[in-house]
Design a protein around this ligand. Structure first.
Ligand SMILES: Nc1ncnc2c1ncn2[C@@H]1O[C@H](COP(=O)(O)OP(=O)(O)OP(=O)(O)O)[C@@H](O)[C@H]1O
Ligand SMILES: O=P(O)(O)OC[C@@]1(O)O[C@H](CO)[C@@H](O)[C@@H]1O
Length: 304
């Protein structure tokens, strides 16, 4: 079974308008609500690709109920821990460019940390666990690394799609995959990364710190896949960018969906990119048909 874990889910409130004017009343031309948070997006994309997953994490209040309802209706399995405070609402403003305002998230008590930990303890070496997104305020800063340690002890393959200290803390437990974008990779090494060569150099350094596989996504510039066999570069399909929210999550979902079926890293990498780009070219997350159309456009080259 594939499990996703979103410690800090959200309702993504999409607001479209011509222009945002600060200090006056703005009226939207379109609004929409989506269940969000990185792991939840992975579950939603897996579902659209025909893969079953169970969504773990924390939900609460009327916003949490909305998320559960939407996911359940889509056929995604849920095993959330319920908390008292409402799940956050993240604002995604689309007015030519994209501006995001993410909420803080709910308070998670030690008891609730333990409750989730117990659920994860039931996973086995047949399972994949995708840990994705930010930590809510007041969660122990080492919560991700304690989950990673548990996975390592139980041989659960885990994927960490997070950044900063949370990402640093899991590396020693050898995640199956990490997927920083170029900014997150630069942040890890205190450098600014702007070329494929720099991304490859620091991607290899990251690989040396423990993860079995590393994907560095570079938005429209392409992506790198790094493991003990070397470094592979892939182009990304060209198209009109409609929505970058969830593009990275779609890449992760596509990688896992393909890998569990075929067991081939390069095919999984290409499929992941097709999913990421299909989301970038869609209003919401990608669908299977768009992914299938884009896949033949992706070519890989070994560069190291
Ligand atoms: N402008 C674009 N054109 C084509 N594909 C894109 C574009 N932007 C993103 N993608 C696709 O989405 C994948 C992930 O994008 P990106 O590198 O922006 O990751 P990210 O920063 O983690 O994304 P997110 O916006 O979800 O946080 C890329 O590898 C690519 O496949
Ligand atoms: O605040 P975090 O946890 O870093 O990111 C949360 C978020 O911005 O990421 C997803 C897109 O990747 C959105 O659905 C969601 O709103």
């Amino acid at each position: 079974m594939i499990y996703t874990c979103t410690l800090n889910p959200s309702i993504d409130y999409l607001v479209r308008l011509e222009e945002v004017k600060i200090g006056v009343l703005n009226r939207a031309s379109e609004t929409a609500f989506y269940p969000g948070g990185k792991g939840i997006n992975v579950s939603r994309v897996l579902n659209r690709l025909g893969e079953t997953s169970t969504a773990l994490g924390y939900v609460g209040g009327f916003t949490g109920a909305f998320i559960c309802n939407e996911l359940e209706q889509a056929g995604i399995l849920l095993d959330f821990v319920e908390v008292d405070e409402p799940t956050r609402i993240n604002i995604k403003l689309k007015s030519g460019n994209e501006t995001e305002i993410n909420g803080l998230g709910t308070t998670i008590t030690k008891e609730k940390e333990l409750e989730l930990f117990k659920k994860i303890s039931t996973l086995s070496d047949e399972d994949f666990l995708i840990l994705a997104g930010s930590l809510p305020p007041a969660v122990s800063p080492n919560f991700y690394s304690s989950i990673a340690k548990l996975c390592s002890e139980k041989n659960i393959r885990f994927i960490a799609d997070t950044s900063g200290d949370a990402l640093k803390g899991v590396l020693q437990y050898k995640p199956f995959l990490v997927k920083p974008n170029e900014h997150e990779l630069g942040e890890l090494f205190n450098v600014k990364i702007s070329t494929v060569e720099e991304a490859s150099f620091y991607g290899k350094k990251l690989h040396e710190e423990g993860p079995e596989n590393v994907i560095v996504s570079l938005g429209a510039k392409g992506a790198l896949f790094i493991n003990s066999n070397g470094v592979v570069f892939a182009n990304v399909p060209k198209g009109d960018l409609k929505n970058s929210v969830g593009a990275g999550d779609s890449l992760v979902a596509g990688f896992v969906a393909s890998y569990v079926k075929q067991g081939d890293f390069i095919e999984a990498f290409k499929f992941g990119i097709a999913c990421g780009s299909a989301t970038a070219f869609s209003i919401d997350l990608c669908d299977k048909a768009t992914v299938g159309k884009l896949l033949p456009e992706i070519k890989v080259t070994t560069i190291g």
